[in-house]
Design a protein around this ligand. Structure first.
Ligand code: ATP
Length: 240
């Protein structure tokens, strides 16, 4: 594996008295695409939200070797972590362009005035967003909304981009298109932590994977190995 970018050790997350993520150990190397697969309610979204600082957590979280004690969202954004949430959470009444600009706001506030260049990069990745730059976000198709959500996160120039179920609700052809884009993020120097219920699609695009069951890592390995693991095949890939 390449140099670790994100490292979790004994990472746990509770909702009140209920522990939804239990003592997870996970790493994402620089330039790696790592996927977390698992059934409904396994704790996948909880894990991403806690890494982002949206939920409290215990255990160790290191970024680029630096321990992040009690990570806040702001600290994680400043450290180069981005999240594309499951519900996309776009600003529906705003244009594609304004949604993108908001994604670059934290950089702008820090005095980094490269929003035009960032947007040009996003438009290169998603030409359709350029065509629709003046269109209201709420009127985009499902696939376009996902592209905009990814584009908005890229405006912050993350080193690590976490994607929560990017294929949710999309037609198979669009799923492939979105996951091809995920693969191309690596060429832009972005490492990816991808949560997916569509295990086959996720393992196809990832270098390594973790199977999360009831909040715990049940299995981990190279994506190619997991794809041939009997238990993964029976539980997550189905026949064929
Ligand atoms: P899905 O694929 O269905 O989104 P998931 O693997 O992402 O599932 P989570 O949404 O992280 O799973 O949920 C993990 C567990 O935590 C579930 O048992 C869920 O009911 C519980 N949970 C999630 N959010 C909350 C909350 N805000 N308060 C209390 N419990 C919660």
């Amino acid at each position: 594996m390449s140099k670790p970018l994100l490292e979790l050790e004994n990472f746990s997350v509770c909702y009140g008295p209920v522990e939804a993520v239990h003592q997870v150990a996970l790493t994402v190397g620089e330039g790696e695409i790592v996927t977390v697969i698992g059934p409904n309610g396994a704790g996948k979204s909880t894990l991403l939200n806690a890494i982002m600082g949206l939920l409290g957590s215990s255990g160790t979280l290191r970024l680029g070797g630096q321990p992040m004690a009690r990570p806040s969202v702001e600290a994680m954004v400043d450290a180069g972590v981005g999240l594309v949430p499951e519900k996309r959470e776009l600003f529906g009444e705003m244009s594609v362009e304004d949604n993108l600009l908001l994604g670059g706001f934290a950089r702008w506030r820090r005095g980094q005035r490269d929003q035009k260049e960032r947007m040009a990069e996003v438009f290169k990745l998603f030409p359709r967003m350029q065509e629709r730059r003046a269109q209201m976000a709420s009127t985009l198709s499902g696939g376009e909304r996902q592209m905009l959500a990814i584009g908005r996160a890229l405006m912050a120039r993350p080193r690590l981009l976490m994607l929560d179920e990017p294929s949710l609700g999309l037609a198979p052809l669009i799923v492939r298109e979105v996951l091809n884009i995920v693969a191309s993020l690596r060429d832009m120097g972005v490492s990816v932590l991808l949560v997916e219920q569509n295990a086959r699609a996720a393992l196809n695009v990832a270098d390594r994977g973790y199977v999360l069951e009831m909040g715990e890592v049940a299995l981990t390995g190279a994506a190619g190995e997991l794809m041939h693991d009997r238990r993964v095949i029976e539980t997550y890939l189905g026949v064929g």
